[in-house]
Ligand binder design. Structure first.
Ligand code: ADP
Ligand code: ASP
Ligand code: MG
Length: 504
């Protein structure tokens, strides 16, 4: 079986869904296919914004609900033949009434729990998958729609639930073994806990839903269809020169996504990597583009020293410092225990060799909780002035270079820091994994765009220097010069390249 996932932009409206239909029909012609879909682009945001406004007592949530209903009604009217429309129009109306009832409840109570957030958000994928299934039925395909909440079982950590793989894999295998269709359609992002209460896998989680299904059925391929032609050397919104990475290993893709490459939701790679399932990132709007292939090993010869650059914003750096820490074992253990007791995820760690300080990068939303937890864990040492109260630096980001080839090349970090230094980007902390797949630096958020561009130029762009030459008149001398430049073109290019590799 092949598993294909279509993201929000790919299913944003009827026009885009028609592109999806063409792509899926080609897959179905090759064999059994399951597709996992996101909500129509922007709908999850609208649903959650409506819920938040209701909780704040702002009545404008009703305008958002009207917009949500209209988007879905438009999709039904444009995609489904008139004779089959009424069933789906009333399905949309009924769901939108339910959403309104829930929002009214939130408005009256002025209370929005993570559990209600998941319930509200779930309507996005539920509706999109129903409408897309209806479209395929209308096209005459042998289709089955299945609610992912009956297959993917999680704990009750609403808004970011953790999957129980044992139960989930059993459910998925039993379902596909017992039903016979050529095309299966499932909503991404949503799941349920053991009591059947709706949970979600975290924002962007439809990629993960698709990977869970692909891994359970040992699919021949997982295709992530999105709005760019593959995984790129950097976020295309931050640099104009980003280019597609044709081939990347699971480890590298995982590292890039963990460090902010939004094109793949971070937990997606793990389940398919375990089963060796190839993953393609493809562009719904330019299906002929080759895309990116993610698989186990990528030959060292294949590609650059650095595979990609990514960044994460909203980072704070917390530092525990003090002379009382020197040589005494257990300080870091206590620091990390304090953080983990609050379920605070650590993104980056550095410790100076003098053991005078430990620096940890965490998401800014946890700053206050981290301060309370760590200061209370070290209350004695702080009172005795052996340790300073936890120091917090804000408005920081992490930029990371990722690539398995980095370990066999010396001087990569030197080039990274000298390029940033020459361009006035101050580095606050550095971390390099022992596997050398990743070198990360903490910098000020205001410097991220500059840093990404500088690093991209250093590691991915040719070292050709552009020189603007203005010649007045092309008489004897000018014409000769132009002819000479033309003649030397190849030599000059080779020279520039040779220079690049010497420096590498
Ligand atoms: P979907 O809705 O299809 O899941 P997303 O918006 O989640 O799509 O992810 C695709 C977007 O990820 C692209 O439009 C692009 O702006 C962004 N992006 C960030 N980093 C990268 C990267 N390294 N390569 C490709 N896209 C990236
Ligand atoms: N619709 C959800 C979101 O916007 C999940 C997804 O699209 O992957 O986060
Ligand atoms: Mg996504």
């Amino acid at each position: 079986m092949q598993v294909l996932k279509f993201g929000g932009t790919s299913v944003a409206n009827a026009e885009n869904i028609n592109r999806v239909v063409a792509i899926v029909k080609e897959s179905v012609a090759k064999g059994k296919t399951a597709i996992v879909v996101s909500a129509l682009g922007g709908i999850t945001d609208l649903l959650l914004e409506a819920a938040s406004q209701a909780a704040e007592g702002t009545e404008t949530y009703r305008e958002k609900l009207v917009l949500i209903e209209q988007r879905h009604l438009d999709a039904v009217k444009l995609l489904i033949p008139v004779v089959q429309q009424s069933k789906y129009l009333s399905l949309v109306k009924k769901s939108c009434n339910e959403i309104e009832d829930i929002c009214n409840g939130i408005f009256l109570l002025r209370e929005l729990t993570p559990r209600s957030k998941d319930r509200i958000a779930s309507y996005g994928e539920w509706l999109s998958s129903q409408i897309i299934a209806a479209k395929f039925i209308a096209e005459g395909l042998n289709v089955q729609w299945k609610d992912s909440r009956e297959l993917i079982i999680t704990n009750s950590s609403f808004t970011a639930a953790e999957v129980f793989f044992g139960e989930t894999n059993k459910n998925i295998n039993a379902y596909f073994a017992s039903s016979d269709a050529s095309l299966y359609i499932l909503p991404g992002f949503i799941a349920a806990d053991n009591s059947g209460i709706t949970t979600t896998l975290g924002r962007g989680g439809s990629d993960f839903s698709a990977a869970i299904i692909a891994a359970a059925v040992k699919a021949s391929v997982l295709e992530i269809w999105t709005d760019v032609s593959g995984m790129m050397t950097a976020d295309p919104r931050l640099t104009n020169n980003a280019r597609i990475i044709p081939h990347i290993s699971y480890q590298e893709a995982m590292e890039l996504s963990h460090f902010g490459a939004k094109v793949i939701y971070p937990p997606t790679i793990q389940p398919v990597m375990g089963k060796g399932i190839p993953v393609w990132i493809k562009n719904t709007f330019v299906p002929a583009d080759k895309g990116t292939l993610i698989e186990a090993v990528v030959s060292e010869k294949d590609g650059d020293i650095v595979r990609g650059i990514s960044s994460i914003n909203n980072i704070v750096l917390i530092s525990l410092e003090g002379s009382g820490m020197i040589g005494i074992p257990g300080f870091s253990k206590r620091l990390f225990e304090a953080l983990s007791s609050e379920k605070i995820n650590v993104i980056l760690i550095t410790q100076s060799s003098s053991e005078h300080s430990i620096c940890v990068g965490i998401d800014a939303v946890w700053a206050e909780k981290a301060k309370q937890a760590v200061d209370s864990a070290f209350a004695n040492e702080i009172a005795l002035e052996k340790v300073e109260p936890l120091r917090i630096e804000t408005e920081l980001s992490i930029v990371a270079l990722v690539g398995e080839n980095m370990k066999s090349h010396t001087g990569v970090s030197g080039r990274m820091f000298s390029a940033m230094g020459k361009n006035g980007v101050n580095v606050r902390a550095i971390a390099q994994g022992s596997s050398e797949k990743n070198i990360s630096a903490v910098i000020a958020t205001k410097d991220v765009r500059k840093a990404i561009n500088v690093l991209h130029e250093e590691f991915f762009e040719t070292t050709y220097k552009q020189v603007n030459l203005f010649i007045t008149g092309t008489g004897n001398v000018g014409a000769k010069l132009l002819a000479q430049l033309q003649q030397q073109l190849e030599f000059l290019k080779t020279f520039a390249l040779a220079d690049k590799y010497c420096r590498a």
